[in-house]
Design a binder for this molecule. Structure first.
Ligand code: NDP
Ligand SMILES: CCCCCC(=O)/C=C/[C@H]1[C@H](O)CC(=O)[C@@H]1CCCCCCC(=O)O
Length: 341
């Protein structure tokens, strides 16, 4: 008999997740039936939407399992499509063992599970980052919506994170000038010295608007927005005519202690006068191209055109710490919970 551990919600709060807001519950799993498999979690993806979702009492009541994705090993199987020993991606939630296959019924259209494509020698955990959902978000969210042209100026926020770091590098591949925005000078050094960004601005320091003007003196053509809030309003105020804005997220509003969403200056005037195009997206819009995009990112990795970093937190018990690391910016690169570590 296999006993699975899973994280359930214990308490809702408006601010940053605290360890007592969640608890681990054990669940005895039944014997496998024909057509089923048992998956053992090895790596769990820590994404900003987790902090957002656990605020939501209506959709995620006390006692419900925290959603999320993982890379798991097929540990036992009565389904030839999921053979023992293969590694899979699964939308299984924050749990150590899962019986699959899951139905294809995620409300946001995330794939339920798939056998990982061949990553050559790259770690399986990359399937939660550059070779998975965040990598697809960066690739299609930027190229598909911003349609960057060589020589254009691109700005990206959360630039040292899983999505932002890939957006900036793809912009460089496409011949753009790239300004990265992030929350520490150490991150800025990595972006410029290692990833090849042209400029970096620490948004936590004063005079952001002036520093942006200095970093992008000819104005901004493309903005990949991961944060929302006042930083984004300032960036929009410096866009060029016919600029394109890809709205990926609004992390500045995910863990505010006050419980009130941050206020930001009105942007409509900039949209109208500069004739900007601003479009939001969910990565699942590209589900039909999922593996094609993973392959494109893999090829750029292999060619050395994309560099990638993980921020690994070890141990299933450390899930709350991993979320706090992500939301407080302790990470450079993709946050992964190593369940076996
Ligand atoms: N639309 C879609 O389908 C998808 C959207 N996303 C979005 O992409 C964005 C990045 O996700 P991901 O790469 O996984 O996460 P990251 O790896 O970028 O980690 C989050 C980062 O956000 C920054 N941050 C935290 N609080 C704030 C704040 N108040 N203001 C500005 N920055 C803040 C921190 O860096 P710092 O030190 O710079 O503050 C932190 O490192 C998120 O907005 C997420 O919701 C992700 C996947 C799919
Ligand atoms: C407002 C939170 C979402 C911000 C953008 C983001 O990170 C989206 C991630 C989704 C990804 O495209 C596929 C998913 O399953 C992620 C989950 C989205 C959950 C959003 C919940 C919003 C709600 O129901 O109110």
């Amino acid at each position: 008999m296999v006993v699975a551990k899973k994280y359930v919600i214990q308490k809702h709060r408006s601010g940053l997740l605290q360890p007592e807001d969640v608890k681990i519950v054990e669940e005895e799993l039944p014997e496998l039936k024909e057509g089923e498999f048992l998956a053992q979690a090895h790596f769990i993806s820590i994404d900003p939407y987790i902090q957002y979702l656990i605020h939501d009492e209506e959709k995620h009541p006390v006692g419900s399992t925290i959603p999320g994705t993982q890379i798991a090993l097929i540990y036992d199987s009565k389904n030839p499509k999921f053979p023992i020993g293969k590694y899979i991606y699964g939308n299984f939630g924050m749990r150590t063992y899962t019986i699959g296959p899951l139905k294809d019924d995620d409300p946001y259209g995330m794939p339920p599970q798939y056998i990982l494509p061949d990553f050559n020698s790259y770690p399986y955990s990359y399937g939660l980052g550059i070779l998975g959902m965040p990598g697809i978000t960066a690739n299609k969210g930027f190229l598909g919506l911003c349609k960057p042209q060589p020589g254009e100026t691109v700005v990206v926020t959360t630039a040292a994170g899983a999505v932002g770091s890939v957006v900036g590098q793809i912009a460089k591949i496409k011949g753009c000038r790239v300004v990265g925005i992030a929350g520490s000078d150490e991150k800025g050094k990595w972006l410029v010295d290692v990833l090849g960004f042209d400029k970096f601005i620490n948004y936590k320091r004063p005079d952001f608007a002036k520093k942006l003007k200095d970093a992008a003196p000819d104005g901004i053509d493309c903005y990949f927005d991961n944060v929302g809030g006042e930083i984004s309003s300032i960036i929009l105020s410096q866009m060029n005519k016919f600029g394109r804005i890809s709205v990926s997220g609004s992390i500045s509003a995910h863990n505010v202690e006050s419980g009130e969403e941050p206020k930001a200056s009105i942007v409509q005037r900039h949209l109208v006068l500069r004739q900007l195009k601003m479009e939001g997206f969910m990565v699942t819009r590209w589900r039909d191209e999922w593996f094609e995009i993973i392959n494109q990112n893999l090829q750029w990795l292999r060619e050395g055109k994309l560099k990638y970093k993980e921020h690994i937190v070890c141990g299933f018990d450390n899930f709350p710490k991993a979320v706090v690391d992500l939301m407080t910016g302790a990470n450079t690169g993709k946050v992964i919970l190593n369940v076996m570590g």
